[in-house]
Design a protein around this ligand. Structure first.
Ligand SMILES: [Zn+2]
Length: 158
């Protein structure tokens, strides 16, 4: 029985984080500026998204591979917190000041929640992706070919 399969055959083993030598060719851009504009975090030129929230495979202007992007649930969490704060605050103020019937609340806050959520998702995802690129955030990986034992730490699961 052959059990010589190695973990390096696992899919995603070849994934690379953005190279630190990028700064030699591209001056660092503000993650807020490129993120809010939904532009490439490296050159600020090409579009970041190809759909409403789906990222393009790469930058059309500078060729940056977007495979490193992993915003996860981050944008949704921020949007939930901010929209919740705004809508609940406005609903409380309106209720205390005017005591309107419940249908007024429905008519006001349901559309506002939808508009704010959908409007904020793209720029927030853009900013988080730009910050991930800016800070080179990625999953922890072992250095290939160093030969050294990885330092034992509390995060060493699996
Ligand atoms: Zn680019």
């Amino acid at each position: 029985m052959d059990t010589s399969a190695t973990p390096s055959d696992a899919p995603g083993a070849g994934r690379r984080r953005p190279s630190s030598s990028d700064t030699a060719l591209y001056a660092p851009l503000s993650p807020m500026a490129t993120g809010l504009a939904c532009r490439c975090p490296r050159c600020g030129g090409g579009p970041l998204f190809k759909g409403f929230l789906e990222t393009a495979p790469g930058c059309r202007a500078c060729g940056l591979d977007y495979a490193f992007i992993d915003a996860g649930d981050g944008p949704a969490v921020f949007v939930i917190m901010i929209v919740g704060f705004i809508v609940v605050g406005l609903a409380l103020v309106t209720e205390i000041a005017f005591q309107p019937p419940i249908w007024v609340h429905m008519v006001l806050w349901l559309p506002l929640t939808l508009i704010l959520s959908l409007g904020l998702l793209r720029p927030f995802k853009g900013v988080l992706i730009a910050m991930q690129y800016h800070h080179k955030a990625a999953e922890g990986q072992l250095e290939a070919g160093s030969g050294a034992e990885p330092p034992a730490g509390p995060s060493q699961g699996a």
